[in-house]
Design a protein around this ligand. Sequence first.
Ligand SMILES: *Cc1c(COP(=O)(O)O)cnc(C)c1O
Length: 392
Amino acid sequence: MSNRKLHPETEAVRLQTPTTAQHEHSTPLFLTSSFVFDKADDMRAAFAGETDDNIYSRYSNPNVDEFAAKVAAMEKCEAGYAVASGMAAVFSSFMALLKTGDHLLCCRSIFGGTVTVVTKFLDKFGIEYTFVPANDVSSWEQEIRPNTKMIYLETPTNPQLELVDLEAVGKLAKKHNIIFNVDNCFATPVLQTPVDFGADIVLHSATKWMDGQGRVLGGVVVGKKELIHEIYLFCRNSGPALSAFNAWVLSKSLETLSIRIDRHSASALKIAEKLEKNPQIEWLKYPFLPSHPQYEIAKKQMKAGGGIVCFEIKGGVEAGAKFMDSLELLSLTPNLGDSRSIASHPASTTHGKLTEEERAKVGITPGLIRISVGLEHPDDILSDIEQALAKI
Ligand SMILES: *Cc1c(COP(=O)(O)O)cnc(C)c1O
């Protein structure tokens, strides 16, 4: 094929492991721990990094590489490396690129597992960190130190759907020559490509929208070649390898990512518009509703609002739990980004052991409900939420 530039949707469908002697159309599963060589010298050259030949599936595997290459293409990045989970992607990006004495500037509103990695484990390795607020990037520069090596953030944030101004952070990172690392899990490359705003590396929990059907765990880091190479070297030796089977599932899933995200976003917008007017609801947040405090940022950096809607139910923790118990269609499960719609109430579940004050600090209000809008008919999702609200 000529080397004309293809659209990301086409790359997601067509980028493929070279066809084998069987002339298969769809990529087969390469369930093999290691790869064979004809000659000792070929093996020597592979180990010396003189060739790209596969050696051992902890280092690389055709299914894993295909999945990573597709995500890299969709995120407009040079290179990518896939790992066993989103947390493996986060942790390896820190371990490969930070060292004792470095400082991490970290947005406060990040995934719970990432908070634990930063506060419990980076600390243990002597890596300093400062948490900064998602909604006030202008306050970040004063926290930059001579040893600040990386800026880390997620946008939209979980579960409050705050938006971080990627353009502003990109400029800051460039000015101070700091690695800019974005967890793009909530938006996916369909809605937002952080490298357009100066991100150096972008990572994902592929478990969520990329799989999109709640089946397998996976993670991926994409970005500049030299940074991804560091991550590869760390992973090759520390072992968070993605299974070939999961990679095969995820690579197939990417073929439908853009049409799924379009549908998730359209349904979520429709549901958000309707629920915003519901008298049982104190406030509702959705990035593409003009009522969102950072609507302008959403319009600047996202193509649509995504599949997550959050709102505060009147009546606090009890009303939140009653709402959850009254749902008939939506699933109660600690995941998101599934074809099945999911409801969660952090105050009575994931954050149930904290005091109300502690919860407030991380943005968990008593009646906060997060809906991951699935691929069911939007009217059925909406009517289930409405009937549950009516039972409070
Ligand atoms: C779920 C999630 C992770 C962690 O991913 P796993 O695949 O569960 O390890 C990281 N970041 C965000 C934003 C997530 O939602």
